[in-house]
Write a protein that binds this ligand. Structure first.
Ligand code: FES
Ligand SMILES: [Fe+2]
Length: 391
């Protein structure tokens, strides 16, 4: 019987197609990832402008384990801050989203503007003479707006310019978010917790062969004929494929649900490390913002979008299709959560490796392009991960 190659110690790990189970289960490795990956040289998507479209809009999220506040300030710029008061570190707001001209800390009532500056602090006449109001604003992260998506980095000195960082994957992102010409409109959110390590989620949710999904077969969905391509230094990858319109086979009592309205007959996706996925498939456009909750849990916030210039009927169709098709309990995605859970259970407590094999034998040397249902391009990430983590 063929057994996965056993790796007796992590120091011996040299093959980015065979990932020792420890990388999905070890709490010390998880802590190192928080430092080297999540606070390392990565551009994290923190908001779409469509989520905070008007001045004073804001949203909060957690990047790795760091709370982040994203604001649309009065000067029109979107900014990201550590969501911690500059006085004693209290989380400034716990609202997921809202509109506010000022943020008042509940503890000692320091007040901050949407550009992060400190407007006032009660009792400041008693502060040390060296206290400087203009240097006591919120800690700001470097951000960039890339096709209407706000990206932030904790390590601006070592994170390349965004075009270099994404390379060709930028085209996939652009294709997902309206080609930079059709502004997006937020339709709503869903949130789910998967019982798996964040890398199990990323290894498996971005794209996998359709064999898992009964709905693919029942609905005659096309699969596996597109292309995957990795690019840039972070192991990001994109995908592009043609969509076949559903031919009514009587399986659904209301086939309109899976109808492709308009001319959206191509699809695209972008897998953005460390833990975000973007999918445009049929008339559904979604961003999946991941958040590790320890070594064996991952929370994912799904944001669903349409276009600003959509008709009311089209918006309604997108809402209905988005969650019912590709949402966490949609009938194309319902099996995913179960498989993520079983992956995590399968690798916990044992010794072995996760093996990336499909397409590896026939891959181009740098493994940066592959057929749609190959496992090849994911190994580009694991090579980068190995270096960043120091293995
Ligand atoms: S901790 Fe925010 S005002 Fe004191
Ligand atoms: Fe799936």
């Amino acid at each position: 019987m063929n057994q996965p190659t056993e790796v007796s110690s992590l120091a011996a790990w040299s093959d980015s197609t065979k990932i020792p189970y420890e990388f999905y289960t070890d709490p010390e490795i998880y802590q190192l990832e928080m430092e080297r990956i999540f606070r390392g040289p990565f551009w994290h998507p923190v908001a779409l402008v469509a989520e905070i479209p008007t001045p004073n809009d804001f949203k909060t999220l957690t990047v790795g384990e760091t709370p982040v506040l994203v604001t649309h300030s009065e000067d029109g710029q979107c900014r990201a801050f550590i969501n911690a008061c500059a006085h004693r570190g209290v989380q400034l707001t716990v609202a997921p989203r809202g509109s506010a001209k000022r943020f008042t800390c509940p503890y000692h009532r320091w007040v901050f503007a949407t550009d992060g500056s400190l407007l006032g602090a009660p009792g400041d006449e008693t502060f040390p003479a060296a206290f400087c109001k203009s240097e006591s604003g919120l800690k700001e992260l470097k951000t960039v707006n890339f096709y209407g998506v706000i990206f932030a980095t904790f390590d601006p000195d070592n994170t390349p310019p965004i075009e270099v960082y994404f390379g060709r994957v930028g085209d996939a992102l652009k294709s997902c978010v309206g080609d930079g010409t059709r502004p997006l409109k937020l339709l709503g959110y869903q949130k789910v917790v998967f019982n798996c390590n964040w890398k199990v989620y990323m290894d498996n949710d971005g794209y996998h062969a359709g064999l898992l999904h009964t709905a693919f077969r029942l609905l005659n969905f096309q699969g596996g004929k597109g292309e995957l391509f990795a690019d840039g230094p972070a192991g990001n990858w994109g995908m592009a494929y043609a969509v076949e319109r559903y031919k009514d086979n009587g399986f659904l009592s209301d086939p309109e649900l899976v109808e492709v309205k308009g001319d959206e007959t191509t699809a695209a996706g972008a897998l953005i490390r460390p833990v975000t996925q973007v999918v445009r498939h049929f008339n559904s456009i979604n961003f999946r913002f991941g958040r590790p909750l320890g070594v064996d849990k991952t929370e994912v916030h799904y944001g669903y979008y349409g276009y600003e210039d959509d008709s009311p009927e089209m918006l309604k169709h997108r809402v209905r299709q988005s969650s019912n098709l590709l949402g966490p309990s949609g009938f194309v995605s319902i099996e995913d959560g179960s498989v993520f859970d079983r992956c995590q259970k399968g690798v916990t407590g044992g010794v072995g490796t996760m093996n990336f094999v499909k397409g590896i034998g026939t891959a181009v040397p740098d493994r940066k392009t592959s057929a749609q249902n190959d496992e090849t391009v994911s190994t580009v990430w694991w090579s980068e991960y190995k270096q960043l983590m120091g293995y």
